[in-house]
Design a protein around this ligand. Structure first.
Ligand SMILES: *Cc1c(COP(=O)(O)O)cnc(C)c1O
Length: 483
């Protein structure tokens, strides 16, 4: 039985009709339809009811709370949840934040192609059917030295299609040290089993020799597979087999040597640790028959997966039924074609991901100083003085599984709460770095910061042009919030 206090509270929740007949609800009804508005208000009221039942303390008068909650939920349901955020984490390829921001030329191409009919699968010369893949194949081959190439929805799809086409019903040999889960639950054993191939895992977690591979080959083996371990690293005694040896073994036994590269580096990067990742071209030249990689990691393009390598194998994949389910759409192709053209023309610095990785430390310092000034002004204008705001050195990262142990030294702005300042309204962003970070993340333009030693750090490496002003507005939002 409910105690009487709870039943009293439940009874004082306003009636649906009282809310539905307010001017603000009527405004939402105009754009959303009365039935939807009713449904959303019901949801908000139900939430309050269940909070009351579970004994959560409710402070505001219930009629006011109901209006606030209903308006909030209506606002949320009528705005996009997929929206731009400012990446102030210093992680350049950040999977949760959508990986690579596209280059301007790629954006223009998406805009031009997606609002019109296009030559997606049409050849004006022939006056008939053309190939979707034809728009990018030549450029991929040119940039990587591959004989042929094919694009699909993402790299996971690339691995799946490649293995389905060349190894279904047969064995794929892979090192135990490479059976890792990558990012958002990409697991080689699962992908292998979806493809219909049978996995033979060889060697130990930290050591796999060429003899481990050769001893495991049977008449049913189709592929030797090498997988980039991405964010996973084994320290200490580690031995993996060089790709040249695997390529030689595969070729002597008439097998395919396939490599899942992950990042898809198309040109050497201007960072001190550049040589730790091999470019797609390096891998193909070292004898990989097939390589797969993502379009939106180090390559800096749209989400897709590329399969590049020898023509007879790629042709099999082009004929495979699965391709129909994994193909890319016109917006993706437009963005990718434009991104590849930037590489072809030798202007990789125009690709945001590359630019952010290669940017000079002195430029980062300048950006950090400018941001610091803007934020200090913002704090002063808001009459807030319980933060210290200063330029600091930061450890930034490439992200996306490339160079996982290498630090990109950068700069940022540190915002630290000062204890002993004026008491602030309860719930405002003051007090702790966590609450300031939460305030920034939930501002109208969300800013995703780093946190270090109890301070918020805004890394400037990953900021795009114009972000500084937007950060100032969100900072003002965050420190001004009092509910
Ligand atoms: C990132 C990655 C994948 C998954 O790529 P998606 O494009 O996210 O599907 C697969 N393999 C490796 C080695 C990776 O680094």
């Amino acid at each position: 039985m409910l105690d009487s206090n709870i039943s009293t509270l439940l009874r004082s929740i306003p009636a649906m009709d009282d809310l539905l007949n307010t001017p603000w609800a009527a405004r939402f009804s105009d754009s959303l339809g009365r039935e939807h508005v009713k449904e959303i208000i019901t949801e908000a009221l139900d939430d309050i009811r269940s909070e009351i039942r579970t004994g959560i303390q409710i402070k505001a008068p219930l009629n006011e709370l109901a209006v606030i909650r209903a308006k909030n939920l209506l606002g949320k349901r009528t705005s996009s949840t997929l929206k731009p955020v400012i990446n102030a984490t210093g992680v350049v390829v950040h999977t949760n934040l959508g990986r690579a921001p596209l280059a301007d030329e790629a954006l223009r191409a998406v805009h031009d192609i997606s609002g019109a009919y296009s030559t997606l699968e049409y050849s004006p010369e022939k006056g008939g059917r053309g190939g979707r893949n034809d728009h990018v194949e030549w450029s991929i081959c040119r940039m990587t030295g591959a004989e042929a190439a094919l694009v699909v929805n993402n790299n996971a799809a690339a691995v799946l299609l490649a293995l389905s086409a060349i190894a279904a019903g047969r064995e794929v040999i892979v090192s135990c040290g490479e059976l890792v889960e990558i990012g958002d639950s990409f697991r080689i054993p699962e992908i292998l089993s979806f493809s219909g191939a049978k996995m033979t895992a060889v060697g130990c977690t930290n050591s796999t020799r060429i003899s481990d591979y050769s001893n495991a080959i049977t008449e049913n083996t189709a592929v030797l597979l090498k997988v980039h371990p991405s964010n996973y690293r084994i320290e200490g005694f580690v031995k993996s087999t060089p790709r040249e040896e695997l390529a030689a073994l595969a070729s002597s036994r008439n097998l395919v040597f396939m490599e899942d590269l992950g990042s898809g580096l198309l040109c050497p990067l201007g960072v001190p640790f550049a040589n730790r990742e091999h470019s797609v071209r390096d891998c193909l030249e070292a004898g990989s028959g097939i390589v797969t990689f993502s379009g939106d990691k180090l390559l800096g393009g749209p989400q897709l997966g590329v399969i590049a390598g020898s023509k007879n194998l790629i042709d099999k994949m082009k004929r495979h039924q699965l391709l129909r389910a994994l193909r890319v759409d016109k917006m993706t192709l437009a963005a990718f074609e434009a991104t590849l053209r930037i590489y072809l023309c030798g202007r990789p610095g125009e690709i945001p991901v590359i630019r952010m990785i290669e940017i000079d430390k002195s430029d980062l310092l300048k950006k950090a100083r400018a941001l610091c000034r803007i934020l200090k002004d913002t704090a002063t204008n808001s009459g807030i003085n319980d933060f210290t705001i200063s330029v600091v050195e930061t450890d930034d990262a490439v992200g996306g599984g490339a160079y996982p142990t290498d630090i990109l030294p950068g700069f940022g702005v540190e915002i630290s709460p000062v204890s002993g300042g004026e008491p602030r309204p309860r719930g405002s962003a003051a007090g702790s770095a966590e609450s300031l970070a939460a305030g920034l993340r939930t501002a109208r333009i969300p800013v995703i910061p780093g946190i270090r030693d109890g301070s918020v750090i805004l890394h400037v490496r990953t900021l795009l042009t114009g972000d500084e002003k937007l950060i100032a507005a969100s900072f003002a939002d965050a420190i001004g919030k009092d509910d």
